[in-house]
Structures are given as structure tokens and as C-alpha cells.
Design a binder for this molecule. Structure first.
Ligand code: NAD
Ligand code: UFG
Length: 345
């Protein structure tokens, strides 16, 4: 029996593949590499000393996906694949609605056809929109404020309807807060194409000298130092949350929702200071205006995941920055360096 990991070459997917293999699971990966590199898969294999099958296909290609299900004895699916850039989703909403919704529809239909009913879905704290209470618990009202977030909210709704209609389904909706950091080996990590949208990869690229300074988006929020506060979670803790969710799937009711965060927020300036400490480098920054659509404060109530999944984060801000820096300094150009090298040989 194998776990199918969609989007397994991506940032969170690759870290989860490592933890799955190390916990003894067989895995099969499907990824169209639209936002990732084959090299990530090679490194997962190298880190775990195990080979596994990876299909370079698009989830929307039903025929090819059916071949994957026909060939492997799949018991559960962890569905990471999807597009995730908020800004791009505002500019090209149909691309996001088509790709995120349709790939999930095809996946669920193929799963039903092959009698595979266990699914873990990558949702996001973005579904809460502008939260009215802090910390945010799973019962807080939803109200995503951009097309990316709305695709997550719509998929959650679709999966709830599916679970309601067919009691065979066992579905876990995992709402991630802000994943950061990298595997402690420094071999796999986050490799954003172009200018990073998110804070930590941007800070990392300033630290390595690829960018001049961090623009801090606003210092007039009602927070500890006026800058935005988020619940950053180490990607390995997040990956381990998937293993817990997987092991609980068959025991729980047929649809569950969990926040995966640490329950603690840090400001932009606190993150910059922690990264300076971890890297031993000065991180120049300037205060810029607020980013449209941003909220001041966002952190999770993690009580439900702690109690029901028996899961707790173990890595703090120092480990997040240390591992991000190790990855960034060992791979100043992300995965590209080795691919270029490989092509030259
Ligand atoms: P990522 O872009 O690194 O990984 C996604 C992977 O899916 C990529 O390897 C991409 O090539 C693949 N993919 C996309 N569309 C596909 C398709 N139609 N068919 C096959 N493969 C496809 O992103 P990530 O940061 O690892 O995020 C994983 C999931 O978690 C996404 O669904 C994302 O929306 C969600 N999420 C991410 C964050 C975050 O900050 N990173 C926060 C909350 C939720
Ligand atoms: N920030 C800066 N400068 C930057 C980038 C970010 O000051 O260059 C600030 C933001 O204003 C915010 C904080 O750093 O206060 C974190 O910003 P990110 O862009 O890293 O993260 P967000 O919380 O805005 O959003 C991310 C993902 C969303 C996801 C959400 C919750 O981009 O898709 O986390 O999981 F929904």
C-alpha cells in the first residue's frame, strides 16, 4: 500500500515525502513541476536512501492519473498540488480557479473510481480572511479575501459536500499558518521563482546578497512593534502534522478540520532580528507602506490539533531561521545551480 503525494516536488510536499519515507511509508509522487524542480525529488531520495516512483504529470490529466491509480495500490492521498501566489491569483483568477478546483475534482473522481477514500488536503489560514478573534480556532467564520484563498475555501466546501454525500470518505482539511524553514540537512528547502512573495525567503535572499533590503510592509499595526505578526511554523513540524493526520484518518469522523500552527506570533522585525542572529549577517530593511489586503495579526489556536492529533510543534524561531539560512547558504540559487551543472556535463 502506498501514499500518493500530489505536489510532492514542492516545498511542503518534499519535506513531507522525507518524513513519510522515514516513518516507513511507501510513496508515489505526482507533480507537473510547474513550480518545482526534479532535483528536489532526487534529494528526497538521497536523504532517505530510498527510491520511489514520481510521475511528471498534471493532475488535470484524468487518463494519466487513472493509470497511476491502476498501477499502484494507493491507500491515501496527500494533496499538496496547487497554485499559491496570492498576487498572481488576483491578476489571473481563472488560472487559479481552473487549476486548483479542477485538479481537485479530477483527483476526487479518480479516487472514488478506484475506491480510495482517504484524503488530506492542504488548506490555508487564508480561508479565515480578516479574522474577528485571535487566536483563530477552526470554528471561526470563513471569508477569504482573494481568489487564491477563495479556491481553498471552495475546495473545503466541495470536500465537505463529498464527505456528507458518501460516508466512505475520510478527509482531513489542514489549515496551515505560515510555513518557513527547511530540512535540517540543508538539502531541501523553499525555492521561490522570481521575487519571493513571502517574508522569510525574502529575508534569506537579502542575507545571501541577492537582494538589497527588506521592505517592511507597514509599522503602524496594533502589534508589539507595529509590524505584521504571523504564526510561523517550521516546515518539518508541519510535515509531521501530516503524518499524525494520516494515522488518525481512519479513526475519526469522515471530515475533520485542523489548524496547523504554533499558536505563537512573531513580528516582521522580530523575524529580521532572529535571522540576523542565525546568519550572523546584517539584514538591511526599510519601512514601506502597508501591503494591500494584509492583516496586522494572525495566529492559530492549535488546541484541537494538539488534543486530537496528539501533535505539537517542536521547532522554534531559532530553528526556523537556522535551517532556512543553512538551506539558503548551501544553495544560494536554490535548486537551479545543480540543474545547470547537470546539463553541462
Ligand atoms: P509549491 O508550489 O512549492 O508546491 C506545489 C506543487 O504542486 C509544486 O511542485 C507544483 O509543481 C505542483 N503542482 C501545481 N499544480 C499542479 C497540477 N495541476 N498537477 C500536478 N502538480 C501540480 O507550494 P507549497 O508551499 O509546497 O504548498 C503546498 C500546498 O500548501 C499548496 O496547495 C498551497 O496552496 C498550500 N499552502 C501553502 C502555504 C505556504 O505558505 N507555502 C500556506 C498555506 C497553504
Ligand atoms: N512582509 C513584509 N515584507 C515582505 C513580505 C512580507 O513586511 O517583503 C510582511 C507581511 O506584511 C506580513 C508578514 O511579513 O505581515 C508575512 O507575510 P507573508 O507574505 O510571508 O505571509 P502572509 O501571512 O501574508 O501569507 C502567507 C501566504 C498565504 C497564506 C498565509 C497563511 O502567502 O498564501 O500565509 O498561510 F494564506
Amino acid at each position: 500500500m502506498a501514499i500518493l503525494v500530489t505536489g510532492g516536488a514542492g516545498y511542503i510536499g518534499s519535506h513531507t515525502c522525507v518524513e513519510l519515507i522515514q516513518a516507513g511509508y511507501d510513496i508515489v509522487v505526482v507533480d507537473n513541476l510547474c513550480n518545482s524542480h526534479k532535483e528536489a525529488i532526487h534529494r528526497v531520495s538521497e536523504l532517505t536512501n530510498q527510491s520511489f516512483t514520481t510521475y511528471h504529470i498534471d493532475l488535470m490529466d484524468r487518463e494519466l492519473l487513472e493509470l497511476v491509480f491502476a498501477k499502484h495500490d494507493i491507500e491515501a492521498v496527500i494533496h499538496f498540488a496547487g497554485l499559491k501566489a496570492v498576487g498572481e491569483s488576483v491578476e489571473r483568477p481563472m488560472k487559479y480557479y481552473r487549476q486548483n478546483l479542477y485538479s481537485t475534482i479530477v483527483l476526487c473522481e479518480v479516487m472514488e473510481k478506484f475506491g480510495v477514500y482517504q484524503l488530506i488536503f492542504s488548506s490555508s489560514a487564508t480561508v479565515y480572511g480578516i479574522p474577528k478573534q485571535m487566536p483563530i480556532d477552526e470554528d471561526a467564520p470563513l471569508g477569504a479575501i482573494n481568489p487564491y484563498g477563495r479556491t481553498k475555501q471552495m475546495i473545503e466546501q466541495m470536500l465537505q459536500d463529498l464527505a456528507h454525500a458518501n460516508p466512505h470518505w475520510r478527509i482531513s482539511l489542514l489549515r496551515y499558518f505560515n510555513p518557513v524553514g527547511a530540512h535540517e540537512s540543508g538539502r531541501i528547502g523553499e525555492d521561490p521563482g522570481g521575487v519571493p512573495n513571502n517574508l522569510l525567503p525574502f529575508i534569506a535572499q537579502v542575507a545571501i546578497g541577492r537582494r538589497k533590503e527588506v521592505a517592511v510592509f507597514g509599522n503602524d499595526y496594533d502589534t508589539i512593534d507595529g509590524t505584521g505578526v504571523r504564526d510561523y511554523i517550521h516546515v518539518v513540524d508541519l510535515a509531521l502534522g501530516h503524518l499524525k493526520a494520516l494515522s488518525k484518518l481512519s479513526e475519526s469522523s469522515n471530515l475533520q478540520v485542523y489548524n496547523l500552527g504554533t499558536g505563537r506570533g512573531y513580528s516582521v522585525l522580530e523575524m529580521i532580528a532572529a535571522y540576523e542572529k542565525a546568519s550572523g549577517r546584517k539584514i538591511p530593511y526599510r519601512i514601506a507602506s502597508r501591503r494591500p489586503g494584509d492583516i496586522g495579526l494572525c495566529y492559530a489556536n492549535t488546541a484541537k490539533a494538539n488534543a486530537e492529533l496528539g501533535w505539537r510543534t517542536e521547532r522554534g524561531i531559532d530553528e526556523m531561521c537556522r535551517d532556512s539560512w543553512r538551506w539558503q547558504s548551501m544553495n544560494p540559487n536554490g535548486y537551479k545551480q545543480e540543474e545547470v551543472f547537470a546539463e553541462q556535463v
